[in-house]
Write a protein that binds this ligand. Sequence first.
Ligand code: AMP
Length: 143
Amino acid sequence: MSLTGTYDDQNIFAKIIAGEAPAIKIFEDDVAVAFMDIFPQSPGHCLVVPKEPARNLLDLSDDMAAAAIQRVKTLAKAVETALQPDGIMVTQFNGAPAGQSVFHIHFHIIPRWEGDSLGRHGGEKADMDELEAQARKIASFID
Ligand code: AMP
């Protein structure tokens, strides 16, 4: 899959946006949906997915990019309050060689704790009950 190309509306995040696939959601508005990453690289790893059908940041409209980064900040602040990590990574990959595996624009919010190493990208599937609990806790700090 190259960096540029046609948007595939059958990708898993498009299905989550359309309500055709399940997700453990944290918040949703007209701009974006945020939900838990089911293969988390750390406890609390979650994603902000703009609803615009764009493959990556390069394809995303300027208006949506601006609106999306506000949601990323909102979620990062809620993660900080809810989980009290020592740091938070915000990552975003464009194209398979850069690490992208789902070809719908999204931002990772990955809490980090001193001394804990980062889990493998797309590694082990999480316990869904734990993800639900994390999502509810994070969501409780979003107005
Ligand atoms: P990327 O490599 O940046 O495209 O990241 C895609 C992310 O989506 C990975 O961290 C996956 O663990 C995550 N992921 C894949 N499928 C799902 C799903 N159905 N629900 C939640 N997260 C997912």
